[in-house]
Design a protein around this ligand. Structure first.
Ligand SMILES: *Cc1c(COP(=O)(O)O)cnc(C)c1O
Length: 822
């Protein structure tokens, strides 16, 4: 069991005094913001409170950071193009144990902490699960007192704001930095030159040695912005260092003086555009030069920074693998492999073999997807133009790599072209996943199924060459944010029922299991859920002007909109249920609210069409008096971390219905299960492991397995076969196709339905009947409330393993070799 609690050192007494906190907040308001109390708005109080809370973090931050260097501890560097953080005030306040104190400090000022909290904009520096994972990992690293830096980009505009107009998604720029960011420290003095383009000069050093000097055509500066990340109980604080681009020359003074005011600034605007926006690719084809620039920009800045820090303490790079672990979150930072080689070879004169040992010993890589369109590759001419020296190094890495393969498997040309870092077929391209694989000592998938599939599919040949390199690290979520902070009602009930041990050791949630059948406890569990549902119902009413009944089942699908996640399957089942209710209105239907939220990539037309369909269906159903309150459909706009924190505690049913083999892990499934929702899902991603943990009787599993999906695709079975076999599905699709839900444009969904009749790539038609049937079992279980509550409690009880603390411990032991405080 975890003993974090035993080493808990409380904050000094004055830090725990509400009067002192109030005085500190007012001082910040007055002297840092220059505002009077009378004129202060919620946003001002937020800034003042955040600054006062930040002051409580800084001393520890500085001292633990220093102690880590002085103690020679190994440092973990987590490189991620995305950090989907959300708000930080409640995170800081709860981890420091200041929740009541801050509320008490604000109350006499007539300020409501809840309103102040909500005035904080979401830091939405990520698209979805991958970015949210990085944020959960940062919190767990700090909570486990592992010295770590997160490295990423300080995007001026994070993920777009989604507005729904007439059922269609529209994207608007997001502006989280407009009113300043109280958590970050700008470090204009910590800046590195990042080169692009130019040429490579080969300098003869001696007869046996050649040194390469890269003369970039252009350099941009990467400037550090640091955010302290405070761990649970405030004992350890790590750094999230995000890089911002700064032009080396702010303006061309001569051009400006000639009167070309815009032209004088053009270079600056272009260079600084690197950190303007989060790349809007949620697994849609990337292919733009700016994206590659972003990747190199932050990977190079991170490496220059960590190498400088390492050299200051240890003097040379030989010891890098003993003192540093670099984790690549997907292939976006994979260019780091070539950059670390360049630093070793060109800047420190280290010989190739040793440089390679250093690189491989330090770097490891997490794969997040098997989707072919999301496996990054860059055209060789683009790489040669933008990063000429890196391209040379990649060629050499590839040559040595292929020599090793050839030595083992002479004459196997298929194998050679399959594992080559260069794809030769569709124009020459650098395969970033292969580069990351070869340059790492460990490669991990993010759920047991996903890691097995990696070994069977994309990295099959690599796995055969280096068995043991691919390992699994099933994703997790931080329970501080996804239980304690977002669901204080449940946290209070759990503490009352099983004591506070689970706050420090998630596995202690198991102590709840014996209470699952206890009628009195079930009532309390239900009451907490009801309260959370009432809060969500209020939000739905204020946002959409739709009334939903908190006694109805809240059936929730919240995630990016993607065909493989199959929101369409859910919408079609909703229509089938609607038809069933209308044909037998007097049956004892279980009242349901179908709740959707999620963004579609701006260029992903099919996903936007599905959002529109959800709205069209919602309009028809919500306004049909025969349905009464038996079915409501709700689409909450602008899904982000803060909205998830509202929906997750209020969910009864969690929809995790991706096509088997396509969701790497999922983490939304874990958040919802932890908060007592039952899952309806496929055998995909981490659902498989959730089934093992919560037990088959507490989860609804349906549909084809990965193998069955593969077989059906191989055999080329059309969706029309499944449709012909299901009168229910035929009727639903006929209604959609003929425009029943789109009387203003009867052809709107023709192509959508045609795609289901054709290849049905995502198996929506093929899985429909199984899903519909599984939903009827869900309704039957709901009708037996004692059985439902029992299952819900057991879901919470058995989710402990899905804490990101467990995930991080696994990385620490098997990949990073860093000690973890137990
Ligand atoms: C957890 C989370 C995700 C990931 O959800 P999945 O269901 O695993 O796809 C995406 N976006 C936000 C805002 C999240 O909080």
């Amino acid at each position: 069991m975890d003993t974090l609690a035993n080493s808990y050192v409380p904050l000094p007494a004055e830090a725990l005094d509400a009067d002192a906190m109030r005085a500190a907040i007012v001082r910040k308001l007055t002297y840092d913001l220059g505002k009077s109390q009378a004129g202060a708005r919620d946003r001002d109080w937020f800034m003042a409170t955040a600054l006062a809370v930040r002051d409580r973090i800084v001393d520890r931050w500085l001292s633990v950071t220093r102690a880590a260097y002085e103690g020679g501890q190994k440092q973990v560097y987590y490189l991620s193009l995305e950090f989907l953080i959300g708000r930080l005030l409640r995170d800081g306040v709860t981890n420091l144990g200041l929740t009541e104190l801050v509320s008490e400090a604000l109350a006499p000022l007539g300020v409501d902490f809840e309103k102040v909290r909500q005035a904080e904009p979401d830091a939405a520096l990520g698209n979805g699960g991958l970015g949210r994972l990085a944020a959960c990992f940062m919190e767990s690293l700090a909570s486990l007192a592992i010295p770590a830096f997160g490295y990423g980009i300080r995007y001026e505009h994070g993920l777009f704001r989604q507005i729904i107009r007439d059922g269609w998604q529209q994207e608007y720029p997001e502006d989280w930095l407009n009113f300043g960011n109280p958590w970050e420290y700008a470090r204009p003095e910590i800046a590195y030159d990042i080169g692009f383009g130019g040429a490579v000069e080969a300098v003869i050093v001696s007869e046996a040695r050649m040194r390469h000097v890269w003369h970039p055509a252009e350099t941009v500066q990467a400037v550090a912005y640091d955010t302290p990340v405070v761990g649970w109980r405030g004992q350890h604080v790590n750094t999230l260092r995000l890089w911002s681009a700064r032009a080396a020359d702010p303006l061309k003074l001569d051009a400006f003086n000639y009167g070309d005011h815009v032209g004088a600034l053009a270079d600056r605007v272009r260079q600084e555009s690197i950190c303007k926006v989060l790349y809007p690719s949620d697994e849609s084809p990337a292919g733009q030069e700016l994206r590659l620039k972003q990747e190199y920009f932050f990977a190079s800045a991170a490496l220059q920074d960590l190498v400088r820090r390492h050299l200051r303490v240890y003097g040379d790079l030989k010891s890098l693998p003993d003192k540093v672990s670099i984790q690549l979150n997907d292939t976006h930072p994979a260019i780091a492999v070539a950059e670390l080689m360049r630093i070793c070879l060109d800047l420190h004169g280290i010989a190739w073999d040793e440089a390679w040992e250093i690189t491989q010993g330090t770097v490891s890589y997490t794969n997040h997807t098997l989707l072919p369109e999301a496996l990054e590759s860059w055209a060789v001419p683009l790489m040669e133009r933008l990063l000429p020296r890196h391209m040379q190094i990649i060629y050499l890495i590839n040559a040595f790599h292929l020599d090793r393969v050839r030595a083992k498997h002479p004459g196997d040309t298929r194998l050679l072209s399959s594992v080559s870092l260069i794809e030769e077929d569709h124009g020459r391209r650098v395969r970033m996943g292969h580069l990351a694989f070869v340059g790492s000592h460990k490669v991990n998938g993010v759920s047991a199924l996903h890691s097995d599939l990696l070994k069977r599919t994309v990295f099959k040949d690599f796995h055969a060459l280096e068995p043991g390199k691919v390992v699994n690290k099933t994703n997790g979520i931080t329970f501080r944010r996804w239980l304690q902070q977002c669901n204080p009602g449940l946290t209070g009930l759990l503490t009352e029922a099983i004591g506070p041990a689970f706050l420090d050791n998630a596995e202690a949630l198991k102590d709840l299991a014996p209470l699952a059948g206890d009628a009195a406890f079930q009532q309390k569990f239900l009451a907490v859920k009801r309260q959370n549902k009432e809060a969500l119902a209020t939000l739905i009413r204020s946002q959409l002007d739709i009334r939903v009944d908190p006694h109805a089942m809240f059936d929730v699908q919240i995630k990016r909109i993607h065909e493989y996640k199959r929101q369409l399957l859910n919408v079609l089942e909703t229509i089938a249920l609607y038809d069933a209710i209308r044909s037998q209105p007097t049956r004892d239907w279980v009242p349901r609210v179908k709740i959707f939220a999620g963004k579609a990539a701006a260029s992903y037309h099919r996903a936007k069409q599905i959002i529109k369909l959800a709205h069209d269906v919602a309009r028809v159903i919500n306004s049909d008096p025969t349905v009464r309150n038996l079915l409501k459909v709700v689409f909450l706009p602008n899904y982000n971390v803060s909205l998830a924190e509202m929906i997750v505690p209020a969910a009864d049913l969690s929809e995790q219905i991706s096509t088997a083999g396509m969701e790497a892990s999922g983490t939304g499934n874990m958040k919802l299960g932890l908060n007592g929702a039952l899952t309806i899902g496929t055998l995909d991603g981490a659902n498989v492991e959730m089934l093992e943990h919560v037990g088959a009787e507490n989860i609804f599993i349906f549909g084809m397995t990965t193998e069955e999906v593969e077989a059906r695709r191989r055999e080329g079975v059309q969706g029309s076969a499944a449709i012909a076999a299901s009168s229910r599905l035929s009727e639903v699709l006929e209604a959609v196709r003929s425009g029943v839900f789109s009387p203003d444009d009867r052809n709107r969904y023709r192509d959508l339905v045609d795609a289901l009749c054709g290849s049905d790539y995502f198996m929506v038609a093929a899985d429909f009947d199984a899903y519909f049937e599984s939903q009827r079992q869900v309704a039957t279980r709901w009708a037996d409330q004692a059985a439902w509550q029992r299952s819900a409690i057991l879901n919470t009880a058995h989710m402990g393993w899905f804490s990101s603390d467990r995930t991080i411990r696994d990385y620490a032991q098997e990949i990073w070799q860093v000690p973890v405080r137990r």
